[in-house]
Design a protein around this ligand. Structure first.
Ligand SMILES: [Zn+2]
Length: 269
């Protein structure tokens, strides 16, 4: 069978698309604020624009249809009143949507339901290995493996009440995801800063309490118990050692220690 598409077929497709838009019965006016504009095309950034729809879709679905993952939304105002994700959009509604990650403190007014994250715990997607190591260096419980599938990331996040860190919006648009952060920067140090600001992590960090390789907890260990595994110079110059309870990796305050401490102080600023 030929793959040839006749001009007539193409014409019908465009016509259908045009009428699909025209056939939408209702319109609502949306405006997205601050960092949420990162997810919008230029013609919709920082502006009121019309959204066409049929029926009464949940506002969560409308927001995601416009490209914004629900995990990024902290406050929705419909006609000046707060609404949550279950609100059903009505004709001529005026909708303002505000982000989580913003200098504007809206924590006291938001009604978007969030199950509390009892401990600060993360799971990074497969593209954020460096970020995972930095978070572990800060002592933050962070799962990461370069072979995690999106499905497994979502399952582990739900089972262990972890916040998903990702540069993949598709993961955050999964309806079952509760806690997630879309990571904007491509630079690891900036990524850590983003999280420190967004989640106010400075009181949660405990530097050098987790293994950089496996996320296990690190404990102090006697030099005698590991000295067979040390290189001669390490054995000669260092006297304080730590061991990962999970993978048995050995750590000491070597030549990189001060550099790492400096970067930790950098994150706290
Ligand atoms: Zn380990």
């Amino acid at each position: 069978m030929s793959n040839f598409v006749s001009p007539k077929t193409v014409l019908i497709s465009f016509t259908e698309l045009y009428y699909k838009e025209c056939l939408m019965q209702y319109r609502a006016l949306f405006r997205f604020y601050a960092e949420l504009n990162d997810f919008l095309p230029d013609k919709k950034k920082h502006l009121h624009f019309q959204y066409a729809f049929n029926g009464t879709p949940a506002i969560k679905d409308a927001i995601e249809a416009l490209g914004i993952p629900h995990t990024e939304v902290a406050l929705i105002l419909v006609n000046g009143k707060q609404a949550d994700f279950s609100y059903h959009l009505q004709h001529e509604d005026q909708v303002s949507v505000y982000p989580v990650f913003t200098s504007l403190d809206i924590s006291s007014v938001t009604t978007i339901p969030k199950q509390p994250l009892p401990d600060v715990k993360f799971i990074c997607d497969v593209h954020l290995g460096k970020l995972a190591r930095h978070l572990r260096m800060l002592g933050l419980d962070t799962l990461y493996q370069n072979d995690y599938t999106d499905k497994l990331i979502v399952r582990l996040a739900l089972e262990e009440n972890r916040c998903i860190l990702t540069k993949d919006m598709a993961i955050l648009k999964n309806k079952s995801v509760i806690h997630g952060c879309f990571i904007r920067s491509n630079q690891t140090i900036e990524q850590v800063r983003e999280l420190m600001n967004r989640l106010d992590l400075s009181s949660s960090i405990h530097p050098f309490s987790r293994c950089l390789k496996c996320n296990g907890l690190i404990v102090s260990t006697e030099k005698a118990s590991i000295s067979d595994h040390l290189k001669p110079k390490t054995k000669q110059y260092y006297h304080e050692f730590f061991r990962c309870q999970n993978c048995n990796g050995v750590y000491w305050k070597g030549s990189h220690y001060q550099k790492m401490m400096n970067s930790i102080e950098h994150y706290r600023k």
